[in-house]
Design a binder for this molecule. Structure first.
Ligand SMILES: Nc1nc2c(ncn2[C@@H]2O[C@H](COP(=O)(O)OP(=O)(O)OP(=O)(O)O)[C@@H](O)[C@H]2O)c(=O)[nH]1
Ligand SMILES: [Mg+2]
Length: 450
């Protein structure tokens, strides 16, 4: 990718493919208005039109009228990308839209890559990187919370916190450099203590941001709820019940489900990602089952909440107890329509029946109360994504190294090297570093036209 501000004019259909009442074709770049002048016939030429005003007209290519459109010019720098932008709202037929877009290409624009408009906005300083990421989160948001979190990120809340952290680190480094320049002076003990206190404050702030990582994932994807247990316990039946449609095959043959099955569902407004897994069993298994069980174990390991399902009409199995202790979990005694096996008589757990729906309302309550217990439903202003977490973890590691170098009385130069490492890693969150690869990877996940 070219990190210089690109000189080419790009164009894309910014609305989703398919038929709609209106489609939007966008142009951005130094020639955007000249391209529009060539293909638009209206009262005014786009180059003579005021900025941010819409006007009615026709798109004409090779002397033929393609469509009647509304066109607006957004002059640099007051536009989404910071460049000259032209937006053409045409009729939303697939063919018509393609023709308008092709007319833009023929008049000298080139097809935009996914995310290129937002990339230009970033390169022109219109957005920091966290805001650019918020754009895609906003587009993809499936829940109210995800939408709110993305909107706050787009407003720059996360970027502000990261910028403040950077400023504090820069001032800490400047402080150290005073000692590098005057090597004969020892660092006075009270100065040293103040330095450590400031460094610890920075570490605490990074830690606090890191703690929002799970929250961010849950906003974006929903709470991961994994149904697991022995074969034939009724796990797939439960998935189907919670979804409200027969997604998974149910049968009385043990080992029916061999792969993990994942579906999104909203439980009274809270987004869940429900996973049904291959039943755990001991004894003779084939290669496919082994892979299924390995997948089950991976799902269990990444679950936010486990629903352990057992058949309460049958004896407790030897491997029943096997479940991670560090995870929120609910034990469900299924098949409560059948006589209960005496192994479960003293067991204090939810009793449900996927056959009669008995106890399922109580199960929903229990899931929701677990969700609020874990505070997964609490909206917070900022929540970081995986990329941010990676940068912040590196920053924290570098701060720790700086701290131990300082405590060991190593040369201030060495402490400063570690702090610069932390500064670099934190800067990557908002795009303050040399990071072509990160940018390429990030913008490639966008849709074309954004
Ligand atoms: N009586 C009764 N039968 C049930 C209930 N829930 C499930 N079943 C039956 O139990 C059998 C197994 O159900 P599944 O949902 O396929 O069980 P599973 O845990 O997904 O099984 P595997 O995929 O093989 O691990 C089927 O015959 C279901 O009809 C229940 O609440 N009561
Ligand atoms: Mg199953």
């Amino acid at each position: 990718m070219n990190l210089d501000v690109p000189g080419e004019t790009i164009t894309a259909v910014s609305t989703p493919p398919g038929e709609g009442a209106i489609a939007l074709v966008r142009l951005s770049g130094p020639q955007a208005i000249a391209v529009a002048d060539q293909i638009f016939r209206g009262k005014q030429k786009p180059s003579e039109a005021g900025s941010h005003l819409q006007q009615f007209g026709e798109i004409v290519a090779e002397e033929r009228v393609i469509d009647q459109v509304m066109l607006s010019v957004h002059r640099a720098p007051a536009s989404y990308t910071g460049e000259d932008v032209v937006e053409i709202s045409c009729h939303g037929g697939v063919l018509v839209t393609a023709r308008v877009w092709e007319a833009c290409l023929q008049a000298g624009a080139r097809a935009a890559r996914p995310g290129e408009f937002t990339e230009r906005a970033f390169l022109n300083g219109k957005l920091d990187l966290t805001q650019a990421e918020a754009v895609i989160d906003l587009i993809r948001a499936q829940t109210d919370l995800a939408l709110r979190s993305a909107a706050e990120q787009l407003e720059g809340r996360l970027g502000e916190r990261i910028s403040r952290l950077r400023e504090e680190l820069i001032s800490l480094i400047a402080h150290l450099e005073a000692y590098i320049d005057f090597p004969d002076e020892d660092i006075a003990p009270d100065v040293g203590a103040a330095f450590l206190a400031r460094l610890d404050e920075i570490r605490a702030q990074i830690d606090a941001l890191l703690a929002t990582a799970d929250q961010g994932r849950i906003f974006r994807e929903g709470v991961r709820v994994v149904i697991y247990g022995p074969t034939n316990a009724g796990k797939s039946s439960l998935l189907n019940r919670l979804l409200g449609f027969p997604r998974a095959i149910v049968s009385d043959l043990p080992g029916t489900t061999r792969d993990t099955i994942e579906e999104a569902v909203k439980l009274r407004g809270i987004a869940l990602r429900l996973t049904d897994t291959a039943g755990l069993r001991t004894g003779e298994t084939d290669a496919v089952e082994n892979e299924g069980i390995a997948r089950t174990e991976r799902s269990v390991a990444s679950a936010d909440l486990l629903l352990q399902v057992v058949d309460a009409s049958a004896a407790k199995l030897a491997h029943f107890a096997a479940r991670p202790a560090d995870r929120a979990a609910l034990l469900l005694l299924n098949k409560s329509d059948l006589p209960e096996h005496e192994d479960w008589k003293t067991c204090d757990a939810l009793r449900i029946s996927c056959l009669t729906d008995d106890g399922l309302a109580g199960l929903e309550d229990a899931i929701l109360s677990k969700v609020s217990e874990q505070r997964w439903d609490v909206p917070s202003a900022v929540a970081i994504n995986t990329r941010h977490r990676d940068c912040l973890r590196r920053a924290l590691g570098a701060c720790d190294q700086a701290r131990s170098a300082f405590v060991q009385n190593l040369a201030p130069e060495l402490v400063a090297v570690d702090l610069r490492g932390a500064l670099q890693a934190i800067g990557e969150v908002i795009g303050h570093a040399d990071m072509e690869q990160i940018l390429d990877a990030l913008f490639a996940t966008f849709c074309i036209g954004k």
